[in-house]
Design a protein around this ligand. Structure first.
Ligand SMILES: [Zn+2]
Length: 330
């Protein structure tokens, strides 16, 4: 615990763990426990993603972004039944609760499960049951975000949106476009989709400016009119855009460990999160894939705070930004 006099120094990991936190950017499959992945792989007769659970983090953090995405895609076939979805989600919430997370917006790529023959009823039943149980056991609030891989195009996007709108009944609060960032021409095809998503009352976010240029962040904000940006760190290359983000108070869902692991930033010390915070951008910190990168949200916040010398007040501001930026309960 920090006494009042310690507030000018970065807070301890224990102090960060004790703060009720909101996680706005976490993929359900990226929060799956390694041992569970191996059990589900054996259960469904599918090869596990790496030779042993002890190779887990090394497997996902070695190689290119392309290799990471391929390995991530390899996780989809491990979940087949309502019980699988319930188990994976409930274990993720148990880990979050132990880390002081009181609100989470996990992303699920419903279309990628459906294309592998899983029924939407199995997914919605498993996930909503896990969310109810997590609330009963640990008091965690959950709002699901439905995303879809940008490379699969407008048809998959439309199916994802329909599922997200239907999913409002079982706790879906947001809509997101994920994966490799396309060109601006491809991006404009999604304008209508996002307009419909907005009209349906879903919160809107988009993976943009993670590995792609700042222009993608502009497209997401100006054409798709999303309320938050997933990553958005390349906005730092466009001072006008940084001012726009700061003036409008657009939350960036920043995941520094993921960016370093996948080469979007050469190191944590060179990561733009500090510069963006100091120029007034509403920064939230998140894990992206806590299991795959071997990091909890509290550890992520602690790493960033110690690297840049953030005070307890700055860390509190960043944690508060997570709460203010949430789509659920607004
Ligand atoms: Zn992500």
């Amino acid at each position: 615990m920090n006494a009042r006099g310690d507030q000018a120094r970065p807070p301890t990991l224990d102090w960060i763990r004790e703060q009720p936190k909101a996680e706005l950017h976490v993929h359900l499959l990226g929060a799956m426990r390694p041992a569970t992945a191996f059990e589900l792989a054996a259960l469904h007769g599918h090869p596990p993603p790496c030779p042993a659970p002890s190779d887990w983090v090394r497997t996902f953090t070695t190689g290119s972004l392309f290799e990471f995405v391929e390995r991530f895609i390899g996780l989809f076939p491990l979940l087949r039944t309502a019980e699988d979805f319930e188990r994976v989600a409930l274990e993720a919430f148990e880990d979050m609760a132990a880390d002081g997370i009181a609100y989470a917006e996990p992303r699920v790529t419903l279309t990628s499960h459906l294309s592998r023959g899983v029924a939407i009823e199995a997914i919605s039943e498993g996930l909503s049951s896990a969310a109810r149980e997590a609330h009963r056991k640990w008091g965690i609030e959950v709002g699901w975000i439905v995303d879809f891989p940008r490379v699969l195009g407008i048809e998959t996007g439309r199916l994802a949106l329909n599922l997200a709108v239907e999913g409002r009944r079982w706790g879906v609060v947001g809509f997101d476009i994920a994966g490799y960032e396309g060109t601006s021409e491809e991006d404009s095809a999604f304008v209508r989709l996002f307009r419909e998503a907005r009209e349906s009352g879903l919160g809107l976010t988009a993976h943009a400016g993670e590995t792609g240029p700042s222009e993608h962040v502009r497209v997401a904000l100006e054409e798709w009119r999303v309320e938050r940006i997933g990553h958005g760190i390349r906005a730092v290359d466009d001072p006008g855009l940084v001012s726009f983000l700061a003036e409008r108070g657009v939350p960036l869902e920043v995941c520094p460990s993921a960016n370093v692991a996948l080469g979007a930033s050469p190191s944590l010390a060179e990561h733009p999160v500090d510069q963006l915070l100091r120029t007034g951008v509403r920064i939230t910190l998140n894990t992206d894939d806590p299991s795959l990168f071997g990091v909890t949200l509290s550890e992520e916040i602690h790493r960033v705070a110690t690297t840049f010398g953030w005070t307890q007040e700055q860390v509190s501001e960043v944690i508060g930004n997570g709460w203010k930026g949430r789509f659920g309960r607004r």
